[in-house]
Structure formats: C-alpha cells, structure tokens
Ligand binder design. Structure first.
Ligand SMILES: Cc1cc2nc3c(=O)[nH]c(=O)nc-3n(C[C@H](O)[C@H](O)[C@H](O)COP(=O)(O)OP(=O)(O)OC[C@H]3O[C@@H](n4cnc5c(N)ncnc54)[C@H](O)[C@@H]3O)c2cc1C
Length: 325
C-alpha cells in the first residue's frame, strides 16, 4: 500500500473544500513520506482545468460516460476500481454532501469505516491521529486507524489552511473504469443547493448573528433592535433558518454564507464547526453566551458570559446612547 489519494470534487469549478482536503492530504503525505495522489470522477466532456489544482505526484482522471452526472452507484463502483489499482494507504475526501452520500459505502467495500467530518490531524510517531467533534462541538475525540487496510477519512470545511498551496501541473493518468448502465440503479436529480444568496452578507461590515439561544421566533426583536442600533445586517445559525424564523439567505456557515465583516456578534450561538467556518474570517468577534464553555468563545476576541435577554437590551441601549452623542 502506498500513497495518499485525495478524491476531488468538481461542480462547475474546484471547490474550496477539495483544496482543503488536498491540504490535509499533503500534510499526511509529508509526515508519512508517501506520494500525494489525486482523483476526480468525471464524464467524457470533463470541462475542469486540471492545471488549476496544486501539483500532485499523480492525478487520476476517472472518466466514463456514466460518470457525467453524479450517482452513488457510479462513483462508488468507479472509485473502488481505482482504489484497488492504486492501493493507497489513505483515501481522503472533502466532507461534502456528495461525499456523505457515497463514501461510507465505498469504505465499506474495503471492510473499512469512514472517519468522517475530521477537523484536525496530528501525528504520534508518524502515525496520524484524526480529531472529530462530538456532542455538537463540546468534545473533541481522537481516532486512530488500526493500520489494517486502507484508512478512509473526510475533511470538514475550514479545518485545514490552503494558504501555502499553489497551482501547478501534475502528471495526469486517465483511468477508464468498467461500468455498465445496469449497475447504475439510481437516477440523478437536481443537485442539492445551499441557501440562496439574495441577501449579500459577504459585503456587510457589521453582522449581528442569532442562534438557538433566542429560544423562539417571538424573541427575535431583541437582536433585531441591536442590529438596527449598530446599522448591522442580521445573520443566523442554521437552526434559526431551518425553523423558518429567518430566511435561509441569512444563514452563516458551511451550508450558508461565508462572511468576513469588521465586527461579528454571535448571540446565543454555540460555535459548531459548521457555523465557525462561515464566520471565522471576521476581523473581530464578540460572543454572548450563557455557557462559559461554549466553543464560540475559542474564536471570540471579546466574550460576554451571560443571559442574552439581559445583555443584548443593555448593549442596544448603550449603543443608542453613544450614537446620540
Ligand atoms: C451538514 C451540516 C451543515 C450545517 N451547516 C450549518 C451552517 O451553515 N450554519 C450553522 O450555523 N450550522 C450548521 N449546521 C448545524 C451545526 O452543526 C449546529 O447544530 C448549529 O450551528 C447550532 O446552532 P446554534 O449555535 O444556534 O444552536 P445550539 O448549538 O443549540 O447553541 C445554542 C447556544 O445558545 C446558548 N444559550 C441558550 N440560552 C441562552 C441565553 N438565554 N443567553 C445566552 N446564550 C444562551 C447556549 O449556551 C448554546 O451555546 C450544519 C450541520 C450539518 C450536519
């Protein structure tokens, strides 16, 4: 077994998550002294520019007419054939919706489980220790692969930096899997789309974001008043939008918008990784949460441990007072 094989995703462009999975793969390849390999499954008219990717030791273009549109059957069968041929020590995926759909099954074909949603990687005597979050980010758990067989992992958004990765030409090898139409039992429908971006939070200078700590929709005016006083846009964590309390376009996070305002106020938000990846580029973060151990405080520049129903009205009054001066 040799190599770290990163399975890339192309959906009209190379996703940021694919680059982050490559960053994790590159670190793994460096530490375990193995070649860094890439793979992308695609149809015959694949429009992707392979030269836009970081330079890899080898890039496999897994091409077949039945792979033009994603299906779990097609991708699993095709990638399993490539993995059998390459026999890598590690297979690394970006933790996308598509990967969640087929990667556990692919891993099971090799009698392995997928170590999914990894947010960190460290090494003990050159052996990787994968970090996953449990209980909505309250605990971090270490996972070690037994070493018997291939290790399959998927990488959560925002966990690995791509700053020092630059594009460069790789040696490309076309791999044609054996697939027949009868093996692909599912019919693809329109791909999942993250929330619509009719409100452009990405250009907002100040955002007041509200989370489940607000308890019910009728309490939203508490944070709306603060947003208005600050001249801020209103953002939200996913449960608020899932409940229909605010429209989906106000959602910040991995399946919402990525924002980088000068000031981000997180009100009653715990700081799950899926939320953090959408806002951790903010210049300054203020968190208001009654739980002093909430993970949001790890990324906050200023933290207020307290009941938002007391803190936010007091803050709103203070802002109004200052602005009147
Ligand atoms: C595939 C996937 C994609 C996801 N995408 C996103 C995404 O894009 N964006 C996103 O946000 N989440 C996303 N999530 C969900 C994410 O995992 C968390 O469940 C979510 O972010 C939690 O939202 P929250 O912090 O508002 O709620 P909770 O985790 O329930 O936290 C509520 C917080 O409010 C605090 N609180 C309660 N009462 C008060 C009070 N009176 N005063 C002060 N503080 C109080 C609590 O201490 C707690 O920390 C995704 C999850 C999955 C699986």
């Amino acid at each position: 077994m040799n190599g770290v094989l990163v399975v890339l995703e192309y959906r009209g462009g190379w996703s940021r998550l694919s680059w982050e999975a490559l960053a994790a793969g590159a670190e793994l390849a460096r530490q375990t002294r193995q070649p860094l390999l890439g793979a992308v499954a695609a149809g015959p008219d694949f429009p992707g520019q392979l030269g836009e990717l970081p330079r890899l030791d080898r890039l496999y273009l897994v091409q077949h007419e039945l792979l033009g549109q994603y299906t779990a059957d097609g991708f699993t069968l095709a990638l399993a054939q490539l993995i059998r041929k390459v026999d890598p020590a590690f297979v690394v995926f970006p933790h996308t919706y598509q990967v969640r759909d087929f990667a556990p099954r692919l891993a099971a074909q090799f009698e392995q489980m997928l170590i999914a949603d990894v947010v960190g990687l460290r090494f003990e005597e050159s052996r990787p220790v994968w970090v996953r979050q449990l209980l909505q980010g309250k605990l971090n758990a270490d996972y070690r692969h037994s070493g018997a067989g291939i290790c399959f992992v998927s990488i959560q958004a925002g966990a690995f930096r791509t700053d020092d990765m630059t594009a460069g030409a790789s040696q490309v090898e076309v791999f044609t899997p054996e697939l027949t139409a009868s093996q692909v039992r599912s019919k693809p429908e329109a791909p999942f789309r993250a929330s619509e971006h009719t409100v452009d939070l990405s250009s907002a200078q100040v955002i007041v974001s509200v989370g489940r700590g607000i308890k019910e929709k009728d309490n939203l005016p508490v944070v709306e008043a603060l947003a208005q006083a600050l001249g801020a846009e209103l953002g939200a964590s996913r449960p608020i939008c899932d409940n229909g309390w605010l429209p989906m376009e106000r959602q910040v996070g991995s399946s919402g918008q990525t924002v980088s305002p000068k000031l981000y106020l997180a009100v009653g938000i715990s700081g799950a990784i899926q939320h953090l990846v959408g806002m951790k580029g903010s210049k300054a973060v203020i968190a208001i949460n009654k739980d002093e151990n909430a993970p949001i405080f790890d990324v906050a520049d200023y933290g207020i441990v307290g009941d938002l129903f007391e803190v936010v009205p007091a803050l709103t009054a203070a802002v109004r007072k200052v602005k009147q001066v």
